[in-house]
Design a binder for this molecule. Structure first.
Ligand SMILES: Nc1ncnc2c1ncn2[C@@H]1O[C@H](COP(=O)(O)OP(=O)(O)OP(=O)(O)O)[C@@H](O)[C@H]1O
Length: 409
């Protein structure tokens, strides 16, 4: 009797154990299923990411290929000989008889059209727009720009220097003649991007009723072989035609970096452009009716040949604005804005240490955009704070904003 009772107890215990094991098994199964589902989800995400990265790699490879591809030779069609051949005059001088593909648009292939040739095979790769668009060549011409010295903030010393070195010879060449000295030929403005170098050059053109001719040197050399040097020549001719004029050469370091030993065709093209620029500067009689202003962010890499007397012989630093400068610049760019009464330009100037004039302008525009987006007719302190965050990439937390708001008020 006792035996059978203990057996029954054992059976009960075993049943209990089986139940517990079953429960544990279900839990583990559920856990495993959950893990599998999560892994499947991760797999889909990873696959999507892989596809995205593959696409990005492909586009970056394309970009690298584009940068690696050699520059093309610019040429003008002289005569179409037959269905496959034509004669062209390359911009470097020589004439060639070359083959062209029937896949090119025949209507565009007429004598006088500009074409781009492969450097090695000289076959036509592209037909360029017939009319020369000044923007395509990196040139901008403005008859008497509307920028005045009043629209430049915080560069009082630089304005005085520019007036003396560029404006005075243009306005009163007789002063230099009387004293018997050559007026400075070229002035080099150097400093970080967006600090007002272009503005200064435009203001001189405005003050002297001169035509403002801006060329971006890096654009010249990016184009086609032979174009850079020819364009330099053309620019100086144009300046003489339109005199009085100011030639403003932005990013001059692109054609005037210290000579490197390597000699790829790209380097040679830069060399040719620089040599032409030096020749123009040397051959150019400073009769006072043409002012030349160069600008660079990298004065340290300039070829000393460019900086010899009679070329660019005056240097004016255009630095990032200090607090007072920032105040001036902010005043200029907010002068036409509808500001809330609390807006405090002085404080905004203290909060924007290290930014350029161009950034300050962007902050004002961005603050205005925040107000427009919220359909307000006034720009608030908070708009400026958000704009500072956006432009300067600073994360101000809410507390900081509140504090600044109190300070602004
Ligand atoms: N000192 C300044 N006073 C007022 N506005 C300024 C000043 N500096 C820059 N800005 C604003 O920033 C814009 C860009 O400046 P600008 O083109 O003169 O700079 P930059 O020094 O020539 O730059 P980069 O070296 O990039 O060519 C100007 O049109 C102007 O609105």
């Amino acid at each position: 009797m006792e035996n059978s009772q203990s057996l029954l107890n054992k059976i009960e215990d075993l049943k209990k154990e089986v139940r517990i094991l079953k429960e544990e098994n279900t839990k583990t199964k559920r856990n495993l299923m959950w893990k599998v589902r999560k892994l499947e989800k991760d797999k889909v995400l990873t696959e999507n990411e892989k596809i995205r990265l593959e696409r990005e790699t492909k586009s970056l490879r394309g970009e690298v290929e584009r940068f690696r591809s050699p520059p093309l030779v610019l040429a003008t069609i002289m005569e179409i000989l037959d269905d496959t051949r034509m004669t062209v005059k390359s911009s470097t001088g020589p004439h060639f008889v070359i083959n062209y593909s029937k896949f090119l648009d025949e209507k565009l292939l007429v004598p006088g059209s500009r074409v781009a040739l492969n450097q090695q095979t000289f076959s036509v790769v592209d037909v360029l727009p017939a009319e020369k668009d000044p923007n395509v060549s990196g040139m901008e011409i403005e008859e008497k720009p509307s920028v005045s010295y009043d629209s430049i903030g915080g560069l009082e010393d630089q304005v005085i220097e520019v007036k003396e070195t560029v404006e005075l010879p243009l306005k009163k060449p007789e002063l230099f003649e009387k004293i018997g000295i050559e007026p400075p030929k070229g002035v080099l403005l150097y400093g970080p991007p967006g600090t007002g170098k272009t503005l200064l050059a435009k203001a001189v053109a405005n003050e002297t009723n001169a035509t403002f001719i801006k060329i971006v040197a890096s654009e010249f050399v990016k184009k086609y072989i032979g174009e850079g040097a020819r364009m330099v020549r053309e620019v100086f001719e144009l300046a003489k035609e339109k005199a009085p004029s100011i030639i403003f050469i932005d990013e001059i370091d692109a054609v005037a970096a210290k000579r490197l030993k390597s000699s790829t065709s790209g380097d040679r093209e830069v060399q040719r452009t620089l040599m032409q620029l030096l020749a123009e500067l040397d051959g150019f009689e400073s009769r006072g009716d043409i002012g030349i202003i160069g600008a660079t962010n990298r004065p340290d890499i300039l070829d000393p040949a460019l900086l010899r007397p009679g070329r660019f012989d005056r240097f004016i630093e255009v630095p990032l604005p200090n607090e007072d400068g920032r105040k001036e610049i902010l005043k200029i760019h907010t002068s036409k804005m509808s500001l809330s009464e609390e807006a405090d330009i002085d404080l905004l100037a203290t909060l924007t240490e290290g930014v350029s004039g161009a950034d300050l302008k962007a902050i004002c525009t961005e603050a205005g955009m925040f107000a427009i987006r919220e359909e307000r007719d006034e720009v608030l302190v908070a708009d400026f704070m958000d704009a500072v965050d956006k432009i300067m990439g600073v994360e101000h937390d809410e507390e900081y904003k509140k504090e600044a708001g109190v300070m602004f008020g």
